[in-house]
Design a protein around this ligand. Structure first.
Ligand code: ASP
Length: 345
């Protein structure tokens, strides 16, 4: 008998998990949620209620954008009281951006929002989609003492449940497509789902879910490389309307010691452009006072992005700028962990 009191809403946005091969062209094309269900008859065996909502038309995740994130937030908000958890089926390519954005846009979230997808379409024999979907549903429905076990925005992929705003897509071939290098997995999945309860964030206030829909996209990611030209950096920093830069530096937050570079950064910073330093390394954190090559950035007023992923830094800036905060308030908020996205001591 189905435990009617537990209900999960699946929101199908698109991506490989719901694709089928066009027999003529060989290209992967989207198909609808009913077809998806036909390929996963196991869904009927779950002892809780499942309903679905579908993006029309479904989107490859390369076409996801802040409007689509706002649509997801609206769907979750409108259905919040009717469901115990939400599973978002999403393409893998930009899933980490969506998960990061949602973690900021869903303030006071107290229910699981689990994003998943797959590397192989669900209709294909060796698909990873079934496993990812079934386990995500189980996690979204999981409770402890009648409270949701994982009330966070997460990505579940190939045996790992990860905090969404800590994830990055690292593999376009293997099933282990995502990693969370700077925060341990919230659960490992084998025969059992082993939750790491002490790592899971619980919203401690009793405030209702507060949706945030406005994002400001006047941000840029600037990745340094040896030989980068002054003209490139000065052109980027002169982009009309630019409000924030995610500066991807070397190692623990280091950059070439070029006077023109420091001067350009100081000048942009003084114009009110928020510049956040994150490392190009997959793991580890920015410590600008470790080397002279980092210290110069600190002296130029560049902010530490700590151990943030690019996806999280970009979406957090969009979120803060969407509130029309002045640069100094954005800078203050970048030093604070809003949704567990950075490790600050
Ligand atoms: N291109 C697809 C997408 O991101 C890839 C996938 O789903 O894995 O939508």
């Amino acid at each position: 008998m189905k435990a009617e009191y537990t209900s999960v809403l699946i929101i199908y946005t698109g991506g490989t998990i719901g694709m089928i091969e066009n027999t003529e062209t060989g290209a992967l094309e989207n198909f609808n949620f009913e077809q998806l269900q036909r390929h996963v008859p196991e869904l009927k065996k779950l002892d809780f209620n499942i309903e679905s909502y579908q993006f029309d038309p479904p989107r490859d995740s390369s076409d996801m954008d802040p409007e689509a994130w706002a649509e997801l937030v609206r769907i979750i908000y409108d259905n919040y009281n009717d469901y115990d958890g939400f599973v978002i089926l999403h393409g893998t390519d930009t899933m980490a951006y969506t998960a990061s954005a949602l973690s900021f846009m869903l303030e006071n979230l107290n229910k699981p929002v689990i994003l998943t997808g797959s590397q192989l379409p669900i209709g294909v024999l060796r698909t990873d989609g079934k496993e990812n979907l079934m386990t995500s549903l189980e996690i979204a429905a999981a409770k402890y003492k009648n409270k949701p076990l994982v009330p966070e925005v997460c990505i579940f992929f190939e045996n790992h449940l990860m905090r969404g705003n800590r994830t990055t897509k690292i593999n376009a071939e293997n099933f282990n497509a995502f990693r969370s290098y700077n925060y341990p997995a919230l659960a490992g999945v084998g025969i059992h789902i082993k939750y790491e309860l002490s790592l899971i964030h619980h919203c401690t206030n009793e405030k209702p879910l507060t949706p945030h829909l406005a994002l400001d996209t006047n941000v840029v990611v600037l990745k340094l490389f040896p030989g980068i030209q002054e003209s490139v950096i000065s052109a980027i920093l002169a982009i009309p309307g630019l409000k924030a830069v995610v500066l991807e530096t070397y190692g623990s937050g280091n950059a070439p010691r070029k006077v023109w570079l420091t001067n350009l950064l100081i000048e942009a910073n003084e114009r009110g452009i928020v510049i956040v330093n994150i490392t190009q390394c997959s793991a580890g954190t920015v410590e600008m006072d470790r080397y002279e090559t980092g210290r110069q950035l600190l002296d130029a007023g560049i902010l530490s992005g700590y151990d943030s992923t690019t996806e999280s830094a970009v979406t957090k800036l969009m979120f803060l700028l969407g509130h029309r905060l002045p640069p100094n308030e954005v800078r203050q908020m970048m030093k604070i962990s809003i949704a567990g996205e950075i490790t600050v001591n």
